[in-house]
Design a protein around this ligand. Sequence first.
Ligand SMILES: NC(=O)c1ccc[n+]([C@@H]2O[C@H](COP(=O)([O-])OP(=O)(O)OC[C@H]3O[C@@H](n4cnc5c(N)ncnc54)[C@H](OP(=O)(O)O)[C@@H]3O)[C@@H](O)[C@H]2O)c1
Length: 163
Amino acid sequence: MLIISIAMDENKGIGYKNALPWHLKEELKLFKQNTLHKNIIMGNTTFDNLPRKLVDRHIVVCSLDPEYTVDDPDVEVIYDLDAFIQEHENEEEEYIVCGGASIYRITYPYCKKALISFVKGEYQVDTYFDSFDMNDWNITKEEEYDDFIYRELERKEISLENN
Ligand SMILES: NC(=O)c1ccc[n+]([C@@H]2O[C@H](COP(=O)([O-])OP(=O)(O)OC[C@H]3O[C@@H](n4cnc5c(N)ncnc54)[C@H](OP(=O)(O)O)[C@@H]3O)[C@@H](O)[C@H]2O)c1
């Protein structure tokens, strides 16, 4: 199963100059809690710009460049994201999609759950979660923090009756 993990502001902004536009300690804590000892997947721009190594996680990094490699036993590099999605979207094992914009865009239709921090306010950004539509989701959990609202979402079943 593929699960989105993301923080976005009120304009769906998610990044600026290859970094998060904000520094929200509690949000980072939640991210750690949600991903520790799990499989996570991200694009190589996000991976190469991580401020520090994400320990105790199995990290899958996507690249289209066959020369791109990472010398770390916790990191697996994949070059065919479509094949990866096909292989994992319907299995029980969870893969948490951790960005960035291009990887969210490709995986969005196949993610059955989402863990989203809705950051309060509008930040200076150059990257957006443009595929996100709240109409696709039901809220299953909600927690309010000073700077953001954390929601867990489950994809709505598509009703065949309307087709
Ligand atoms: N707010 C949040 O929660 C959050 C989370 C994560 C990231 N971000 C932000 O998102 C921004 C980065 O997003 P981005 O879109 O520029 O970069 P990205 O999605 O992290 O990585 C893009 C790279 O992924 C690889 N890729 C793209 N499509 C692929 C495919 N179909 N198959 C295999 N590999 C593929 C390519 O690597 P090659 O060039 O090697 O081919 C591409 O250059 C940053 O600002 C970051 O801070 C925000």
